[in-house]
Design a protein around this ligand. Structure first.
Ligand code: HAM
Length: 423
């Protein structure tokens, strides 16, 4: 017996359907438009990459790499993964195509699906979409950090995303007189309060003490507030860079909040880190994360290279816009052609072709319908006009156009009709 069990989308994945996809398209068009205005070009890296690329770039001890990647042995026995993020891919492409030869910095953006095997919930999926941008090569001038942040804020502003909040921090660089020194200080402070912390945080004291600062556990908050802060342990260069980034943001009128607990969950970051939250998202309220990653290209086998970028969670961005009532209307039709009779069908086909090439959206029923039925369907499809073509109308060369909103009718010859609709 045939197996009749129904198929369903895999847990954590979903179908995006009309009319919602119209909103996705509007968001993506706006991104392309805004990013182009800042001089960014699009890159489309593959979805499959060598597992080792992410292990090295994102870090093999991070949650993303150690627990959440979709990894398989390809037939030639090389370990391959669905990308959990795209910064590593963009850096690989930068090296592979010798982009350091191009005028620097190279400014690239991408839009596409990412995959992480996380526990699905509102705003968290296993296949989700990111809109990201990276600036590679050239200098680490603080104006670059600020301009990248200005660009993403301009994009959110263009979409009228509600309740946007930008948090920034500097996590310094990996040296004893900077972040490493801070981590050692933080670790010893954490060991003193270890008993008051939960199991996850206790484990992180050993594996990654910075991540303790990320904890959302209620009872840990007052303890975390007493811990040493990185701003007091940055080296002189990192301190000056951070101060200059803040100044550059102010020059651009970008409002920010400093958040010393913002550490991010990927290993490649240094100096500037930032996160943007928006309204209506519950606990998964980060719509964008990013930061500077000087040295990543080198770590992947390329030349010493400065880098900074961000990625927006498009699913969350859409959710926030929807919660704010910015829902795309069901796309209607300009003209529904209600035809009856063999002659009329031939004329209707021609009329549909002419109207479509003039840029109108046209619904042409495949089989004859009674006029009453046709008009009913025309209004269900949210059509603006019904073009009525019976054999009489065709013989007379005089077509009837009905405006569905008020039921009024007008008669036109074919050229008059195009002229009228075009107005
Ligand atoms: P990330 O913080 O891991 O950074 O992800 C960026 C954004 O992607 C998050 O703020 C969130 O909006 C969205 N996101 C992440 N995981 C999920 C999920 N499971 N479901 C829905 N949305 C999600 C990066 O990926 C870095 N590559 C960003 C970057 C680019 N840094 C420098 N350049």
């Amino acid at each position: 017996m045939a197996n009749k069990s129904k198929f369903q989308a895999i847990r954590g994945t979903r179908d995006l359907l009309p009319p919602e996809t119209a909103l996705w398209n509007r968001v993506e068009e706006t991104a392309r438009h805004v990013f182009a205005a800042f001089g960014f070009g699009e890159i489309r890296p593959p979805i499959l990459e060598p597992t080792e690329l992410f292990a090295r770039a994102v870090g093999s001890d991070t949650d993303i790499v150690s627990k959440e990647m979709y990894t398989f042995e390809d037939r030639d026995e090389s370990s391959t993964s669905l990308r959990p993020e795209a910064t590593a891919s963009v850096c690989r492409a930068y090296i592979e195509h010798g982009m350091q030869q191009l005028p620097l910095p190279v400014k690239l953006y991408y839009i596409g699906p990412m995959f992480r095997r996380e526990r699905p919930q509102k705003g968290r999926y296993r296949q989700f979409y990111q809109i990201g941008a990276e600036v590679l090569g050239g200098t680490d001038a603080p104006a670059i950090d600020a301009e990248v942040i200005e660009m993403v804020m301009t994009f959110f502003d263009r979409l009228a995303l509600p309740g946007v909040q930008l948090d920034i921090n500097s996590i310094g660089h990996a040296a004893d007189n900077c972040r490493q020194g801070y981590i050692a200080t933080l670790k010893s402070a954490l060991e003193k309060v270890k008993d008051k912390l939960g199991a996850d945080s206790q484990r992180r004291i050993e594996t990654n003490p910075l991540r303790v600062l990320d904890s959302k556990l209620e009872h840990e908050q007052s303890i975390i507030e007493t811990l040493p802060r990185i701003a007091d342990h940055l080296c002189e260069d990192c301190k000056a860079h951070y101060a200059a980034v803040k100044h550059q943001l102010e020059m651009r009128g970008v409002l920010y909040r400093e958040n010393w607990r913002l550490v991010r969950g990927l290993d490649y970051y240094m100096r500037t880190t930032f996160e943007i939250t928006a309204q209506g998202l519950g606990s998964q309220n980060a719509v964008c994360g990013g930061g500077r990653y000087d040295g990543l290209v080198e770590l992947l086998g390329g030349p010493p290279t400065k880098g900074i970028g961000f990625a927006i969670g498009e699913d969350r961005l859409i959710l926030s816009l929807q919660e704010a009532g910015k829902v795309a209307a069901q796309a209607g039709r300009d003209v529904y052609i209600a035809w009856m009779g063999e002659h009329a069908h031939a004329t209707a086909i021609r009329a549909a072709k002419d109207l479509r090439s003039a840029g109108f959206s046209v619904e042409l029923p495949p089989v004859e319908q009674k006029f009453g039925k046709a008009l009913e369907r025309a209004s269900k499809l949210n059509s603006r006009y019904a073009l009525i073509l019976g054999d009489n109308e065709v013989a007379e060369g005089s077509w009837t156009l009905k405006t569905l909103a008020d039921g009024s009718q007008q008669k036109f010859t074919e050229p008059e009709l195009l002229d009228f609709l075009g107005r």
